[in-house]
Design a protein around this ligand. Structure first.
Ligand code: ZN
Length: 317
């Protein structure tokens, strides 16, 4: 029912699955979440999602539901509704999730990769409100992207548009999880920040970072915390990663001429510690005329993004 008041949103993550019933205006009416039963295989996770969906739909007739939106890590085919083999969901291989949900609930179902769905959510409810051309970038374990161009999600030819994390920003740079060298993700993601801190550990024995954690166990979070406490080494490592982000964003800005770039987790947590060096790099790597219309800002939705992302698949512009 195109104008039905309710939407079901399903978020499939590697550690957590969540399901919400929401109004099109974004109000969450019911919510379920559980740790992902990923070790039991994809069938167990789908069963888990079915049960949570049944719970949020309790007492709601299907004529009141516009549809089910599913947000999941790629690679996937949004048209066919098939999830291929996301790195965070071991054992998934061409799971026809859209068809499984439609057969089970008799409700139209849409599938979208999580970066795209979060881009839609930030555009409608968060830091991208009011923009026509917006780039959303996850900045955490990985660096993903979602492109809103002329007010609509741009997916590319086979759902691979916006993979900004895998643009090359350093010739012969570190090996990326995707198999290429020098990808932005290999230089600026959370694990890359931790790796860089580890590489430089012997040159910075006095750093606050090593008073709190060993090089083997360091994470980006440790680096951010030490940087916030004023540690010079931690600030250097963060600034270096942020500089690569500035180069990556400069490349995207030269191509798409967006009005806003909205950045996820690390920008939200570290704020100006990363945004200042990032903007300095951007000033070198993007034209003034491109920059004068461009704002680079942290995401606003935080934990709400996961709830809102999947329901955005059924909110028409
Ligand atoms: Zn890569």
């Amino acid at each position: 029912m195109a104008n039905a008041p309710y939407i079901v949103g399903v978020d499939i993550g590697g550690t957590k699955v969540a399901c919400v019933l929401a109004e099109a205006g974004g109000r969450i009416l019911a919510r379920q979440w559980q740790p992902t039963r990923s070790v039991e295989g994809w069938q167990a996770v789908v069963q888990q999602l079915f049960e949570m969906t049944e719970q949020v739909l309790e007492g709601v007739s299907s004529s009141q539901v516009r549809g089910i939106g599913i947000s999941c890590g790629g690679p996937l085919d949004s048209q066919k509704g098939i999830v291929y083999s996301p790195p965070n969901l071991p054992g998934w291989d061409a799971v026809p999730i859209k068809q499984l949900f439609e057969e089970r609930f008799g409700l139209p179902t849409r599938l979208e990769n999580d970066a795209n769905a979060t881009a839609l959510a930030e555009h409608r409810f968060g830091a991208g409100r009011g923009t026509r051309n917006m780039v959303f970038m996850t900045w955490g374990t990985g660096i993903g992207g979602g492109l809103i161009l002329d007010g609509r999600l741009y997916r590319g030819t086979n759902d691979l548009a916006g993979e900004i994390g895998h643009t090359t920003v350093l010739l012969d740079g570190p090996l990326c999880g995707c198999g290429k060298r020098g990808c932005l993700e290999a230089l600026a993601s959370g694990p890359s920040i931790a790796r860089r801190a580890r590489e430089l550990a012997s040159e910075s024995p006095e750093s606050l970072v090593w008073q709190r954690v060993s090089p083997e166990e360091v994470t980006a979070q440790h680096v951010v915390e030490a940087a916030e406490a004023g540690d010079t080494f931690a600030r250097f490592v963060l600034a270096e990663a942020a500089t690569y982000m500035g180069i990556g964003i400069g490349n995207v800005a030269q191509i798409l001429n967006p009005e806003r770039v909205v950045l996820g987790t690390i920008a939200v947590k570290a704020g100006d510690l990363v945004l200042e060096p990032l903007r300095r790099a951007l000033a070198v790597h993007a034209w003034g005329r491109v920059r004068e219309v461009l704002q680079v800002v942290p995401a606003e939705l935080g934990d709400r993004a996961q709830d809102l992302a999947a329901i955005c698949l059924w909110i028409e512009d």
